[in-house]
Design a protein around this ligand. Structure first.
Ligand code: UDH
Ligand code: MN
Length: 365
């Protein structure tokens, strides 16, 4: 037979092929059109969203991704990420870079010109009520509560706020400043106030890093990052009053940072050091007893100035400190966060800080 009539099956097959081809063509044209258009970011974001790590959602703590070492590298300032409609939504912001781009390095720190809280406020318009700040162009790597033990040091606090607010902002921290004010005229208890600060700050926000700092210490270089590392961090390693060096290898005084996990691991700080001295060495012991090491910036980046002052009333040398220090191993589990008692007298929110006045009791007789 010369003429074969096409079978109905093969007509169907051809038609199907043409339909599939047209559909594919339509799809790819649509995709190309969208990708080249203004919705590009939205589509890319949609496709890759599940692969990007956000510090707020990852289970890995940010401090574990932060170098322990002292080899800070300054990088050239980067341009701010482009802000668009999407960028204003916090959850669409990129994570802040490991090395904050607007650090300036060595700082001039002096305490001879008086400062007022009004000028500090004017100079820091992005600091929110209560002394809170969050970067607006990226998501901070860590949420840092800055805890300051305090009583009758208002002049020092002004300098602290004057110098530290700009530094913390350049370091792109999501931070809050908490001044823990010991109520009454009893013997001062620095470490217990720090424990109180930890508890109270956590009631307010989901902080994952705690910087504990004396009110009179200011770093001389903003590359000394006041955030958490994969070991507890001693921040004030080269104080002017000690000739810009550690007075002894185990020295842990001044300012230090602990991630929440690190702090919990040592049961916080001791509550039983009344008066001056020893509590910082006890904290050092706690860190080593729990198998951790001290992380530090190098001696140049870790330089800092202390405002000169006389010894305060009710903070005389604690004569018990040497005996207590010999027993940290016995007291670490029986004196600390798990035995902390105190009464908050009042909480005051100021423009540049939150002040919590607390009754910490008095030493046992
Ligand atoms: N603090 C207060 N009020 C006090 C006592 C201590 O706010 O009455 C806080 C404050 O944050 C201070 C920190 O506790 O920075 C540590 O106390 P400190 O500054 O007295 O400790 P430092 O190691 O003591 O600086 C050195 C004593 C200075 C005597 C110098 C005599 N020339
Ligand atoms: Mn001091």
């Amino acid at each position: 037979m010369a003429d074969r009539v096409p079978l109905p099956g093969s007509i169907l097959k051809k038609t199907c092929c043409i339909v599939v081809f047209v559909c594919a063509l339509h799809l790819s044209v649509t995709l190309v059109y969208y990708l080249s258009g203004q919705d590009q970011e939205r589509i890319i974001h949609f496709f890759f969203q599940s692969h990007t790590t956000s510090p707020t959602t990852t289970s890995e703590t940010p401090e574990l991704r932060t170098p322990t070492g002292s080899n800070f590298v300054m990088v050239a300032p980067q341009a701010n990420p482009v802000k668009n409609e999407l960028g204003t939504k916090a959850n669409n912001l990129p994570p802040c870079p490991e090395t904050p781009p607007r650090l300036v390095g060595p700082l001039k720190i002096e305490f001879n010109q008086p400062v007022t809280l009004e000028e500090v406020k004017d100079q820091n318009p992005n600091v929110n009520f209560g002394g809170r700040f969050t970067p607006n162009d990226c998501i901070a790597l860590q949420k840092v509560a800055v805890i300051i033990p305090f009583r009758n040091r208002d002049e020092h606090l002004k300098y602290y706020l004057y110098y530290m607010h700009p530094i913390f902002q350049r370091q792109q921290l999501d931070y809050g400043i908490y001044v823990i004010n010991q109520d009454g005229e009893g013997t001062f208890n620095r470490a217990k106030l720090l424990n109180v600060g930890y508890m109270e700050a956590l009631k307010e926000y989901d902080y994952n890093c705690f910087v504990f700092s004396d009110v009179d210490l200011i770093p001389l270089d903003d590359r000394n990052l006041y955030r958490c590392f994969n070991q507890p961090r001693h921040l004030t390693v080269a104080m002017d009053k000690f000739g810009f060096r550690l007075p002894y290898t185990q020295f842990f005084g001044g300012a230090a940072s602990f991630s929440k996990e690190q702090y919990d691991k040592i049961n916080g700080f001791p509550n039983q050091y009344w008066g001056w001295g020893g509590e910082d060495d006890d904290i050092y012991n706690r860190v080593t007893i729990r198998g951790m090491e001290i992380s530090r910036p190098d001696g140049l980046l870790g330089r800092c100035r202390m405002i000169r002052h006389d010894r305060d009333d009710k903070n005389a040398d604690n004569p018990e400190r040497f005996n207590r220090l010999a027993h940290t191993r016995q007291t670490i589990d029986s004196d600390g966060l798990n035995t902390l008692t105190y009464t908050v007298i009042r909480t005051e929110k100021f423009d540049l800080y939150t002040k919590i006045t607390v009754d910490v009791g008095s030493p046992p007789r």
